[in-house]
Design a protein around this ligand. Sequence first.
Ligand code: TXA
Ligand code: MG
Length: 338
Amino acid sequence: MDTAVCPVSEAAVQRAAALLKAGQVVAIPTETVYGLAASAYSGAAVRRIFEAKGRPQDNPLIAHIAGLDMLRGLAAGVPRAAYALAEAFWPGPLTVILPRGPLVADEVCAGLGTVGVRMPAHPVARDVIRESGVPLAAPSANLSGSPSPTTAAHVLADMDGRVSLIIDGGQSAVGVESTVVSLVGRPTVLRPGYVTPAQLGEVLGAPVGVAGAVTAPLAAGQKPESPGMKYRHYAPRAAILLVHGGQKAYIEYVNAHAAPGVWALCFAEDVPALQVPCVPYGGANNPQSQAAGLFVALRKLDELGAKTAYAAMPQTGGVGLAVYNRLLRAAAFRVIEV
Ligand code: TXA
Ligand code: MG
């Protein structure tokens, strides 16, 4: 199939909605990362997403809505906590896990009794959802296992010939995927994102836990709270090694390991002192900039032919936890203490 990349326009939104109504898959911009959308109410359409991505069948998808009215039939028994979080953070980069409703296709939930729901803030995403008239299941629009796409060019690199339409909404502002919080049982963050555990706790009036698998590999045989935790994610072809230490120790370590194919995935401030080629992913004290720059930098390392990249350690609090989680997974949990 031919893949068209269209700039944002009313006509592009209408074309996307028509394709979605016909059971096709369309790539759309969101404020977090680009999504690969299909009707959450059509099993056949959702199966096309899994095919296009090469995604494991047991990894559920997030259903995207444009208004709270769309919760009806999608989720069942929506708890008060969900409305409180919706009021505080929707539209925005937060996904809540709820008991599933009768209308959502089994394929979206991948056999679980729950469904992830998010109301994105990006106006194009919301227009496409409204025009198509149904919640849209949409995972990140990358091939399964590769870094999430934050530009239409990233989507095209992975999805050329696999989807008929990509809407180009420019660079995703947030740059990492939404925070996923389970509201089935004790509120627990399953995937950290731009909305932090502390912000969630403030709205809910009680501390919100963070699943152990966010910062540690699953033990052999351990059942993950979220199927996505099982998979090696965000991994470029280059081997990523996360270097845990201060700026001086990081620079010394990387310079001592200079060799052909060795790169630094560093902070902007590190660039002048590094003696290996480098790709900065943000400012050392600016976790928002790191979130916005990480996936771009991971893809750039591959384009530039890096074999090994030593990554500078982000802060692990606040938004930094999302950056740290993605880097740990890109590094397959290989951390070097310096
Ligand atoms: O920001 C985002 O969330 C982006 C944009 C496109 O909205 N979407 C996204 O989707 O990141 P995806 O499929 O790449 O990641 C969804 C994550 C996976 O780790 C999946 O396992 C988890 O959410 N998830 C989805 N439904 C779940 C459920 N019912 N229970 C537990 N985890 C769930
Ligand atoms: Mg993904």
